[in-house]
Structure formats: structure tokens, C-alpha cells
Design a protein around this ligand. Structure first.
Ligand code: C5P
Length: 397
């Protein structure tokens, strides 16, 4: 279940309003209850009937026709939601909200808010850059309002630049972390995630069952804590967390090179090695496809891959390194040994068969002198706990 599961969506008059249909559907799929309010101009782009059908609730458009939210919909809709999302947010609604103007249902809703509010701006790039708009955005930020986007790119009017609305999937991805404490503001974080794939020939290879979910959630948690995050991912089909820079790698050697390239010249505050990196690579991998010849088995030769976590620890340009230990037994002893051998400040131990692929994880946080159990909990909660502990270690150092 998402952190905010009772959403009021206020749609204002921009062409991107059509994307809100997909947003409502996506929210409903996560199990959220969504009520929609619209301005008159928004209804010129998408009819209220569409939102009524998608949300399963009547759409609120005016203060003057008492509906299911009672005689005062601006109060009822705020009372019944834990997040107000204004999407698309036009320059007009941003200006009104910044000045406390309440002259229609949506602006009155924003003025009477008691829950967090998220603006998802969409407008022409010159409107976005306009100093008046920039002042209004700044005012709202100072008032504690949240913003998602805008992105840069092609705009409906043909211009290219900042002002494009984020995709609904990106807004959804950012929503859960809005109110997370910004304990990594200004910090640079590098995360590895997923499996690696070590080729045997051009068709076959050796990999493992890591889904990448824990590592992707660690990248999300670091982003939500305010960090600048680079995620170096082995082959896994997960969507890139919004606002995170992703570099794809296939083999352990690729991943090591991507990590070294990312750290070169800039280092990082925090490196978290969540990837299940292959320990060995096949040295006699062949081009083409090895033929199956009756009675003859291929003979594979191996050599050890570089240990990325240890390599990062030895570089000296990363303040804190954190690793994982997926073990079948003796978790605490093995994890502590890894802490020492790899120079990590913290090892997150888990039992391999429980952690790989699932939605939940049970972990043991092991430092050179302590061990604390956490979970079972959703991988996102484990990720938040890792980031909380990492921030504490960073502050102490
Ligand atoms: O030694 P072991 O593979 O169990 O250690 C696991 C930890 O070390 C994980 O954090 C993993 O990402 C990291 N690791 C690495 N490079 C390797 C092997 C493991 O960074 N070649």
C-alpha cells in the first residue's frame, strides 16, 4: 500500500490534463482512493464523466452545487484525503495558490488545505521561466508545498525546453518519498543493483536470481532523502526511479568500470553495493554458439571477478561504503567478516533464499561491533532504514 492512499486530484486547464486519466488509473491500481476536482478550463480538455468513471466518484467542479462532498466541497475533499495533487498545475493556479487567492473550487481547495500538496507543473517554457512564475514557485516551496518536475523536452506548442509535465508513472514514483526527511541533501550516492550476466558464448551465460528490487528501492530512498543518486544496474527490467541517473551494465567487469567511471574525479559520500555481482567469470567464453556435440561436454574455465565493494573502499574518495551479504547460514559471522575484509561501515545481511526475488526482506544490520535485526518488511522500508543508518554514520564521520 502506498504511503498516501487517499488522494484528491485537482486538475487545471492544460493540454497535459489527458495524462491525468492514466494517473487516476495507476493510483487506483495501487489501491488508493481518488477524488477528482476540476476547474472549468480543465473540463475543456477532458470531460468530468471520464474522471468520474475512472475514479468511481462524482467529480467536484463548483462550490455552488452541493454534491456528495457536502455543501462545502473544499472542506470535505480536504478532510477525506491525505495528499492533494494539483496536476497539471498551470501558471495561473500556481500564481493564485502563491497569493492565497480562492475564487473557484480548485483554488479554494488549495487555500483550505490541511494535508501536503504536490504541484505537477505543465506549461510553455517561457511561462515556466517567467520571473513572476519563478517567484510564485519559490513562495510555494517556502510555504512547504512540494513540486514534481517539470521536465525538459518537446512541448505541445512545438517549443523545446523546461515546462513539460512529468509522466504519471514518474509522479507516482516520487509521491511516496515527499515527506521523507532530507537527511542526504547535497550528498552524492552511488548504488549498484541487480544481477550480472557472465557470458559463456554469444547466446548463453551465467547469472543469478537477483531481481534488482532492493537496490532500486535503495536508490529511491536515497533520492527521497535529497541525494544526487547514480544507479548502476545489472540486467533487470525494472523502471528507472524518477530523478535517478541510471547506467546499465551486463558483466561484473562492466559494472566495475561503470562504478570507477562514476567516481572518477568526484568521488562520492556514500557507495551502497546491493548488486549480486558474479564471483567468477568464464575466461574461455566463445564468440558464436558452442555446438552441442554428442557425448562431449564443454569445459569452462573461470577466474575471479574484481570485488567492486572492496575496490571502492580502497579508492579513498568515498566517505562511507555499505555492502550486502546474502548467505545461506551463519549470517552474523560472515557479515562481520565481510565488514572487515571489504572495509565497509555497515553490512546488510540477509538469508539468500528469502531475499532474492521477493517483495519483502528480513535483514541483519552488522557493523564491526553490533548486529541488529530488522523486518520482515517491504523492501522499500528496508531501504529507508539503510538510508537512515547511512545518514547517521555520515553525520558522525
Ligand atoms: O563476498 P560477497 O559476494 O558475499 O559480498 C557481497 C557484497 O559485496 C555485496 O555488497 C556485493 O554487491 C559486493 N560485491 C562486489 N563485487 C563482487 C562481489 C560482491 O561489489 N565481485
Amino acid at each position: 500500500m502506498p504511503r498516501f492512499s487517499r488522494i484528491t486530484l485537482a486538475v487545471t486547464g492544460g493540454i497535459a490534463a489527458y495524462k491525468c486519466c492514466e494517473f487516476v488509473r495507476a493510483l487506483k491500481k495501487t489501491g488508493s482512493d481518488v477524488h477528482v476536482a476540476m476547474t472549468e478550463h480543465a473540463a475543456a480538455f477532458v470531460g468530468p464523466v471520464t474522471f468520474e468513471a475512472l475514479s468511481g466518484h462524482p467529480v467536484a467542479m463548483t462550490e455552488w452545487a452541493p454534491g456528495p462532498q457536502g455543501a462545502m466541497p473544499h472542506i470535505g475533499l480536504n478532510q477525506s484525503s491525505d495528499l492533494l495533487v494539483v496536476m497539471p498545475a498551470t501558471a495561473n493556479i500556481i500564481a493564485k495558490a502563491a497569493h492565497g487567492i480562492a475564487d473557484d473550487l480548485v483554488s479554494t481547495l488549495i487555500a483550505a488545505r490541511r494535508q501536503p500538496v504536490l504541484f505537477v507543473p505543465a506549461m510553455n517554457r517561457f511561462m515556466w521561466d517567467n520571473p513572476a512564475n519563478q517567484r510564485n514557485v519559490e513562495t510555494l516551496r517556502r510555504d512547504g508545498c512540494f513540486f514534481a518536475g517539470p521536465a525538459s523536452g518537446f512541448q505541445a506548442c512545438g517549443d523545446v525546453g523546461a515546462g513539460r509535465m512529468l509522466e504519471p508513472s514518474e509522479v507516482l514514483d516520487l509521491m511516496d518519498g515527499l515527506t521523507v526527511p532530507k537527511s542526504l541533501e547535497g550528498r552524492r550516492v552511488v548504488v549498484t543493483a541487480g544481477p550480472t550476466f557472465e557470458p559463456i558464448d554469444d547466446v548463453r551465460g551465467i547469472t543469478n536470481r537477483s531481481s534488482g528490487r532492493q537496490g532500486f528501492d535503495v536508490a529511491r530512498a536515497a533520492r527521497d532523502a535529497g541525494a544526487d543518486v547514480t544507479l548502476i544496474a545489472g540486467p533487470c527490467p525494472l523502471p528507472t526511479p524518477a530523478g535517478v541517473k541510471r547506467i546499465d551494465a551486463v558483466t561484473a567487469a562492466d559494472m566495475a568500470a561503470a562504478v570507477a567511471g562514476t567516481l572518477e574525479g568526484r568521488g562520492a559520500d556514500l557507495f551502497i553495493g546491493v548488486a549480486a555481482v558474479a564471483d567468477w567469470r568464464v575466461t574461455n567464453a566463445r564468440a558464436g554458439k558452442i555446438k552441442k556435440t554428442d557425448g562431449r561436454l564443454p569445459e569452462l574455465q573461470f577466474e575471479e571477478n574484481v570485488d567492486i565493494l572492496r575496490m571502492v573502499g580502497e579508492r579513498g574518495d568515498v566517505k562511507i561504503t555499505i555492502g550486502f551479504a546474502a548467505e545461506a547460514e551463519n549470517l552474523e559471522a560472515y557479515a562481520r567478516d565481510k565488514c572487515q575484509r571489504k572495509g565497509a561501515s555497515l553490512i546488510v545481511g540477509n538469508i539468500a533464499r528469502e531475499a532474492l526475488g521477493g517483495a519483502e526482506n528480513s535483514v541483519l544490520f552488522v557493523t564491526p561491533d553490533s548486529a541488529e535485526a530488522f523486518g520482515p518488511a517491504p523492501k522499500r522500508d528496508v531501504a529507508d532504514e539503510i538510508i537512515r543508518r547511512a545518514s547517521q554514520i555520515l553525520t558522525k564521520n
